[in-house]
Unconditional design. Structure first.
Length: 335
């Protein structure tokens, strides 16, 4: 038996380990576009701010993969899934076959339209590679514009300020799905950021960006303000990273549609974590449950079910976005 798991986030790791646990003789392959060893994504802002070093963001769940006989295959970005031939083609030209496939490719941040024409002006804050680039460039910057709503915007603004940058946070305050914090907490934390010197522009958009001299950029907001900066950090909502499934026959809405067993409409393909739109048998509806904890639970279940487990996913309150690592948001911003 050959289990192929795509993505080395919490869902992918949990799926690989669960499949291994139930099927001791199987081949288990964890193929991911990332080159880095698994890490704790929620701690990336602490890495950017200098509060943690690289070793402090390593994901303990990813440490014993080799000992468990799980093959970690980095630098493999899935490009196409051929569900009829049980094959995944990767962008480096290689292929992997499978008996069971688990898609756990998470999400990617949304890029605002105005930034599309100014590629040198911005960096995302989503992966470890992003965090390394942001940290490195922030060292050479005085002023950073952070763009993004809610929790991710707050965390990015906090980290950049802690690093010593002048920070202007543009919070579009868009209606968003997977909103991880209440409005009340957001208001309180935003006040704390202000008290720490972060300038906040709420309810506006980036309308335009001009490259002044390759080092300085001029950001114009929808409200007509102009902000000069050295860097724009994009910390926006993540949408499921599932484009490579086009043409595979696997059904998707906003995310990959799975039933209560985490199985797609193709019987040997499962999906888990931020890329999956899971059927909730109690509410009789499908939705994406963003968050680390939910990804671990779904990954584990998908892994077990691929290996014959037959368990149903029951959502509960703890499955939502949880602050699992480090102090709660309030304390972080106060620190
Ligand atoms: C800055 C930041 C802070 C956060 N803080 C928190 C927090 O405090 N609490 C919380 O609950 N959640 C937090 N989150 C969200 C949390 O990290 C995600 O919900 C969680 O990582 C989802 O896990 P996942 O395994 O589904 O996907 P991911 O962790 O996104 O992992 C997906 C993996 O798949 C890989 N991949 C993508 N496309 C392909 C492809 N085509 N081929 C191969 N590999 C691919 C990706 O590179 C990645 O390794 C935060 C997110 C960010 C960005």
């Amino acid at each position: 038996m050959r289990y192929l798991i795509l993505g080395s986030g919490p869902a992918g790791i949990a799926a690989a380990k669960a499949a291994r646990k139930l099927d001791k003789d199987a081949e288990v392959i964890l193929a991911t576009e990332e080159h880095a060893a698994p890490y704790l994504r929620p701690l990336l802002p602490d890495f950017v701010s200098g509060e943690r070093e690289l070793s402090g963001v390593a994901d303990p769940q990813g440490k014993d993969l080799a000992d468990l006989g799980i093959r970690f295959s980095g630098g493999k970005r899935a490009r196409r899934v051929d569900a009829a031939r049980n094959r995944v083609a990767f962008s480096d030209g290689t292929e992997e076959t499978y008996n069971f496939l688990c898609v756990a490719t998470g999400g990617r941040p949304i890029l605002p339209l105005a930034l599309m024409g100014a590629p040198g002006s911005f960096l995302f804050l989503n992966s470890l590679g992003d965090a390394q680039r942001v940290r490195e460039r922030a060292m050479r910057s005085d002023t950073t514009v952070v763009y993004g709503p809610g929790y991710l915007g707050i965390e990015a603004a906090r980290a950049m300020r802690k690093l010593g940058n002048e920070v202007v946070w543009i919070n579009p305050g868009l209606p968003r799905f997977g909103n991880p914090i209440s409005g009340e907490v957001e208001v309180r934390v935003t006040d704390r950021l202000r008290a720490r010197g972060v300038k906040v522009h709420e309810g506006t958009e980036i309308a335009d960006v001009t490259d002044v001299d390759g080092r300085i950029f001029e950001v114009v907001t929808a409200g007509g303000r102009t902000i000069r900066c050295h860097l724009i950090v994009v910390a926006t909502e993540r949408l499921p990273s599932i484009g490579f499934l086009e043409g595979s026959g696997v059904k998707a809405g906003a995310g990959i549609l799975v039933d209560e067993y985490l199985r797609t409409n193709v019987s040997n393909i499962y999906a888990a974590g931020d890329c999956a739109e899971v059927f909730d048998i109690n509410r009789r509806e499908s939705r994406i449950n963003f968050g680390w904890r939910s990804a671990v639970k779904q990954g584990q279940l998908a892994g077990e079910n691929m290996a014959g487990g037959g368990q149903v996913y029951i959502k509960n309150a703890e499955d939502y976005f949880g602050l699992l690592y480090g102090p709660p948001l309030n304390e972080r911003v106060g620190a």
